[in-house]
Design a protein around this ligand. Structure first.
Ligand SMILES: C[S@@+](CC[C@H](N)C(=O)[O-])C[C@H]1O[C@@H](n2cnc3c(N)ncnc32)[C@H](O)[C@@H]1O
Length: 263
């Protein structure tokens, strides 16, 4: 099913659809108009051969060796709360990595943009939001600042209670504001003893989204990585005056700002 869902739509002749983005499904009327204007016809594909090729490629380097894991489907605010204190009872160990990508503020309605994949999973054959029974509080465009901040803060707080104290947090998010500032705020509140590092992740080359004339929403992605700080020895064991000088330069205090100390 995962292979069907991934390749359900995407590049023409490299997916099961006519030309479409892989990340988002276009609305039916829009898609047909777009294909007609470009005289694009659905490709002729042998679905079994096509999927076999994709499966062979995916597992060409073997199947990941992972210990038995568990997947929980649901709203992370409630799923994480329900796991608190019950990890060992469920045969689970405290995780050492939190890897996630929360929704980006005001960019995507994940249910609207994934209507075709949701249909394959048993949803209605329509992109209409009103007739979609999957509507719910976390299923809009995440465009209300208060609700968005509350969602991020709650989820990271609850995840922090499950993670090992020296666990690593890895978050892929939008480089644009207000997503970035709000995500940092929630992460710092939930992991006050961790140090936050930012790694920019620009996407190079043409993307499917560019082909459809839109700006690429992934252009501005960023990774926020948090790890516990190693305790620093600040006062003992400075071997040389040079080491002391470097420390003062890196950590200027009120006195040295006034001209005293090492410069
Ligand atoms: C930026 S996307 C990340 C997608 C993910 N990396 C993937 O490859 O499927 C954010 C995802 O969070 C989901 N989401 C939003 N609110 C949620 C919640 N309260 N609990 C669980 N998932 C949620 C959205 O439906 C969306 O699939």
């Amino acid at each position: 099913m995962a292979f069907l869902l991934i390749h359900l739509h995407g590049k023409r002749a490299d997916s099961l659809s006519n030309q479409m983005r892989q990340t988002k499904a276009m609305a039916p009327k829009y898609a047909v108009k777009w294909w007609k204007a470009r005289n694009l016809k659905p490709p002729k594909i042998q679905p079994v051969e096509f999927l076999k090729r994709k499966i062979r490629w995916r597992y060409a380097r073997g199947i990941p060796k992972s210990r038995a894991g568990k997947a929980y489907l649901g709203d992370s605010t409630s799923v994480l709360a329900s796991l608190k204190g019950k990890l060992t009872g469920r045969g689970l160990r405290r995780p050492s990595l939190l890897l996630t990508s929360p929704p980006y503020f005001g960019i995507t309605n994940y249910h609207y943009d994934q209507w075709l994949r949701l249909w394959l999973l048993g949803g209605p054959p329509t992109d209409h939001r009103r007739s979609n029974p999957y509507n719910g509080k976390n299923r809009g465009k995440f465009a209300n600042r208060e609700t968005y901040q509350h969602l991020l803060t709650t989820v990271f707080q609850r995840a922090s209670k499950l993670l090992k104290p020296d666990g690593v947090v890895y978050v892929r998010t939008d480089r644009r504001e207000p997503t970035l500032a709000m995500t940092k705020l929630a992460l710092r509140a939930a992991f006050p003893k961790h140090r936050l590092q930012r790694v920019n992740r620009p996407i190079e080359g043409n993307t499917q989204t560019k082909l459809f004339g839109n700006g690429d929403p992934r252009k501005g992605e960023v990774d926020l990585v948090l790890a516990r700080q190693k305790p620093r020895r600040l006062t003992r064991g400075w071997p040389t005056l040079e080491a002391a000088r470097r420390f003062w330069v890196a950590h200027p205090c009120e006195l040295c700002k006034g001209g005293a100390g090492f410069r």
